[in-house]
Design a protein around this ligand. Structure first.
Ligand SMILES: [Zn+2]
Length: 136
């Protein structure tokens, strides 16, 4: 059996998640094909993690852009957010979601030198790969 092509000769292969595996199947007839990929832990982690921004006195444009992207807000809103609340007590929540998304956002924030925290404790290091696009 050729893993790249189904017996029905359809060239179109799809993938779906089954537990912690990524299963390839024929889009034409639905037949599962041999290639099965074990998904990394980070992709099957369904914990909701929260990214909190720490206050920045004079955020750079790069920092604001990274915050805006992660929080899905505009630059002006990011600037207000980065300045911190008036009482400067609670860190500001900028993202809430699954590990795979947190990992992507974390890379952007680190690259832009934004200071933040993740809770609960994020058990993956910066190089942990994620294959899955997950939608929160
Ligand atoms: Zn087929």
């Amino acid at each position: 059996m050729n893993v790249n092509r189904c017996e029905c000769e359809s060239p179109t292969i799809g993938t779906r998640h089954e537990g912690s595996s990524l299963v390839s199947y024929c889009i034409e007839c639905g037949q599962p094909l041999l290639a099965t990929t074990k998904l990394p832990d980070i992709d099957v982690d369904t914990t909701t993690y929260r990214i909190h921004l720490l206050a920045h006195d004079k955020p750079s444009v790069a920092q604001l852009k990274a915050v805006a992207k992660v929080a899905n807000i505009n630059l002006l809103q990011a600037k207000e957010l980065a300045a911190g609340p008036n009482d400067a007590t609670a860190p500001m929540l900028i993202f809430e979601g699954r590990a795979a998304n947190v990992q992507r956002h974390r890379r952007d924030l680190i690259e832009a030198e934004v200071e933040f925290t993740i809770s609960p404790e994020f058990p993956y290091d910066e190089s942990a790969e994620t294959n899955t696009i997950v939608f929160d």
